[in-house]
Design a protein. Structure first.
Length: 191
């Protein structure tokens, strides 16, 4: 049985995102413990949950395309045009500046699935799976206001334009879906 698009968002996408956010909090707690075994365990959990959140959020485009809700333009009939349409409403957290996080999320999900990205018509924002879901601090490298404060461990994407906090990318894409669907989808706050 296929869930309705809005149920899929509420029951699959949101819980995956919330699980990732919870794992990021546990990673911060583990880093504070200074115990290498606890840190490694939390780091792997965060990478696993981050990957799952990427897959489910990116896959949501397939769900929407198949469901064909009334808010979806009739001329959008394929995945890439759908992603491009959603991307026009994707902005950085707490701003109105556009970002390409919808397509960045696509690249992250596909690099986790395929490892090396060689075939695609668009310029890739990541080179392969070695560039995504890296546990690091991003301190002094992430865009202002993105990620965790204070240089603690977090999940970072190493893009061709510089590192990005996975938490911010996921938040931006979730918010874009909420805007384009013009629905009362569950609001998700910054971790």
């Amino acid at each position: 049985m296929q869930l309705d698009w809005d149920d899929h968002f509420r029951e699959i996408v949101v819980p995956a995102w919330q699980s990732y956010r919870a794992s990021e909090r546990r990673l911060s707690e583990a880093a504070a413990s200074k115990d290498p075994l606890i840190i490694d365990s939390a780091r792997y959990e965060t990478l696993r949950e981050g990957g799952a959140a990427c897959f489910y959020l990116h896959h949501f485009a397939d769900i929407v395309l198949r469901a064909g809700p009334d808010w979806l333009p009739q001329n959008v009939t394929k995945i890439q045009p759908l992603l491009d349409w959603v991307a026009k409403d994707c902005t950085y957290l707490r701003s109105d500046k556009l970002c390409d996080d919808v397509n960045l999320l696509r690249d992250v999900a596909e690099s986790l699935k395929h490892a090396i990205l060689t075939r695609y018509l668009h310029e890739r924002q990541v080179s392969g799976n070695e560039a995504v879901l890296v546990a690091g601090t991003g301190y002094g490298e992430l865009p202002y206001g993105e990620g965790k404060y204070g240089g603690t461990l977090q999940t970072v994407i190493l893009t061709t334009k510089g590192p990005r906090a996975l938490s911010a990318v996921l938040q931006n894409v979730v918010d874009a879906w909420r805007r384009v669907s013009d629905q009362d989808l569950p609001e998700i706050g910054k971790p």
